[in-house]
Write a protein that binds this ligand. Sequence first.
Ligand code: NAD
Length: 260
Amino acid sequence: MGIANKVAVVTGAASGIGKEIARVFLGAGAKVAIADLNAKGADDTARELDPTGAAAMGVAMDVTNESAVDMGMDQVARKFGQIDILVSNAGIQIVQPLDQFDFGQWKKMLAIHLDGAFLTTRAALRYMYKQGKGGSIIYMGSVHSKEASPLKAPYVTAKHGLIGLAKVVAKEGAKHGVRANVICPGYVWTPLVEKQIPETAKERGISEEEVIKKVMLGETVDGEFTTVADVAAAALFFASFETNALTGQSLIVSHGWIMQ
Ligand code: NAD
């Protein structure tokens, strides 16, 4: 088991969880494409994680844009020769009560989380099937792939949807040795979560401290945030696993927030 010399594309890797996955995959000997809407952030991250430029590359990619995704994947395959691992991780959060949820914001959320997962999956599968050496597709779900919270209708809807997509990829990909799994983290301290704290406090009429202690960590076994390192370790495990024994699954990494 291992990912040395495999080629991984990690979306949303200029920040937070994706960046740590890129770091851990590089440490394990993989070549990594850091794909992000933030083109400068992607290039800067690639340089930071691999100053030699031999094993990491930045790719400008809006995962909601069909041609940007296809061109970005082609760019990776041209530089590194193949695509073996996809981590579909790019994501944002918008919190609003359902009765006031703006339709445009709803569509934006579904586009990033679901269209993005579909487009990157399709582009990666085309390479993986052609190469004939299998592959691993990992979706960044959430505890919200299994559970709901108020104010997060499109996020919860999309994160549940990723489990369905992973199951279809697992079934269609099996004969090609392509596996698909979902990681479901609890709250991880990243810019995505930092932004949510004041917004949630305002919507719920509670203090920011209460948001952290009660809303985010209240149901965990120890009141702790999950870390980017915890999530990256789970991603490395899925990416390294070599057979169809582990496919179509979802793994909750949340300090016991929910147990299933
Ligand atoms: P983050 O804000 O730190 O990073 C997200 C990255 O995605 C950014 O670099 C951003 O530029 C990029 N991005 C946004 N829209 C994009 C687009 N259209 N195309 C390409 N890139 C785009 O967030 P994070 O917390 O690291 O979140 C990463 C993933 O983990 C998301 O899917 C999120 O839903 C999921 N997640 C996060 C937490 C958490 O608590 N932080 C918990 C569970 C799941």
